[in-house]
Design a protein around this ligand. Structure first.
Ligand code: ADP
Ligand code: MG
Length: 269
């Protein structure tokens, strides 16, 4: 492997500092991030912070660059300028070993769930534990059962994804994202393709994870209803920049024309 330059690791905040609501640390942050695909500038100086213990929601229309932002934080996409930090590390400077260690501390709920169709629910949920962390089978079984119970699917472990409804598949994907006990969970469009009741129960589950397990959440969505249901902090991405940031009430009252149009189109203003 090539010799990578390793930047000194930032001092980690104490557990107290991470829990203290008055000084929450950013577990994921973007500063002035720019990203183009060919001649199309998608992110034009994006700033974002997902603070410890909070649910942060990025709201934006389809094609506004939300998934690209997430992919940059996950190290799956390069960035042209600015800084992307994950759990105190600059993403572009991670060694492979550091990256692997960080990935064990985060979970990702991808937009379409992305379950392996040829594997049972149990095999899906246990995948990272078995193949990435190489945990003992007894631990895998225990964690699968715990996390399937958590998402209300205790009895569905032996089924295949094709035997489940869209809402149930999303729950399995959530159990899989949680199986290794991440402290930071990325969620891409949790409610897309779900009926209103399934959407609400997925949002409720995400909130429970945050409130009861203390998992920090960064969610990106174009669903205004979901955004207002979930967010402690909200920010709107429009034409490559964050045009409004703050608690939900601040965005509801913002005078930003693009945000007003977005809220009006959803019957929210
Ligand atoms: P969102 O998640 O907000 O819907 P995306 O981040 O998926 O938006 O995409 C933002 C823009 O970047 C879109 O115009 C999309 O077509 C473009 N884009 C995303 N990924 C690529 C890629 N790998 N190559 C070229 N264009 C891309
Ligand atoms: Mg997307």
């Amino acid at each position: 492997a090539p010799v990578a330059t390793v930047r000194p690791v930032q001092p980690q905040p104490s557990p107290e500092a991470q829990r203290s609501p008055s000084h929450p640390q950013a577990l994921a942050a973007l500063r002035g991030v720019r990203k183009s695909f060919g001649r199309r500038l998608v992110l034009d100086g994006v700033d974002l912070e997902a603070k410890a213990g909070q649910v942060t929601v990025v709201l934006g229309g389809s094609g506004s660059g939300k998934s690209t932002m997430l992919r940059i934080l996950l190290g799956l996409e390069s960035y042209d300028a600015g800084s992307a930090r994950l759990l105190g590390h600059e993403v572009g400077e991670l060694t492979r070993a550091q990256s692997r260690a960080l990935m064990l501390q985060i979970g990702v709920l991808f937009q379409f769930g992305a379950l392996f169709d040829s594997m049972t629910v149990n095999e899906n949920v246990g995948f990272a534990l078995r193949h990435v962390r190489r945990a003992p089978e007894a631990e895998i079984a225990e964690r699968c059962a715990l996390n399937l119970r958590r998402v209300g699917l205790a009895d569905e472990g032996a089924l295949y994804p094709a035997e489940l409804s869209g809402g149930m598949r999303k729950r399995v994907a959530l159990a899989r994202a949680l199986a290794h006990g991440p402290k930071l969970l990325f969620v891409d469009e949790p409610t897309t393709g779900l009926d209103p009741l399934s959407a609400r129960s997925i949002n409720q589950l995400i909130l429970e994870l945050n409130r009861e397990l203390g998992v920090t959440i960064l969610c990106i969505t174009h669903d205004i209803g979901a955004a207002f249901e979930l967010a402690d902090q909200m920010t709107m991405l429009h034409e490559g920049r964050m045009i409004a940031t703050g608690p939900p009430a601040t965005l509801r009252e913002s005078a930003e024309p693009a945000l007003r149009r977005f809220l009006a189109a959803a019957g929210r203003s």
